[in-house]
Design a protein around this ligand. Sequence first.
Ligand code: SME
Length: 161
Amino acid sequence: MEQIKVSTAGNKAEVYRELLPQLESLVSGENDFIANVANLSAALKQALPYASWVGFYFMKEGGLVVGPFQGKVACTRIKIGSGVCGTAAASKKTLIVPNVAEFPGHIYCDPDSKSEIVVPLMKNNEVVGVLDIDSSSLDSFDSVDAQYLEQVAGLVGSLFP
Ligand code: SME
């Protein structure tokens, strides 16, 4: 079993540049989608010290249903257009929320969450889910996270059955 190693002294972009090939290697050679996204959520949580919750929601029966994640127990179902996850899914765009208290309709799964990023997962131009990362600090996510997490989302989209 390979372990994830990133230099903690690196800046965000360096951490992601070290991490991405490891994520690709983690899922190569395994075709079980749930196993792969479960390990991806663990790897992201391990590598990003500012992440308090990392996980996936997938489209089912017209809404988002929680998938593999790392962190506290989360809301099971989110409607499209609701909360940060449902808004990102509806708009097909990455959403960075520096302060969740200021996002109208934000869904509090974890009362410690202060900032959040949600990246849509796309397959054949359709939203198949979202990657959601929360932080217990304000303003944890920026365009560097968005840029690299969109690559992670691309990887997940390519694995989606
Ligand atoms: N805060 C999210 C709900 C999911 S949890 O953060 C895990 C939202 O507003 O959609």
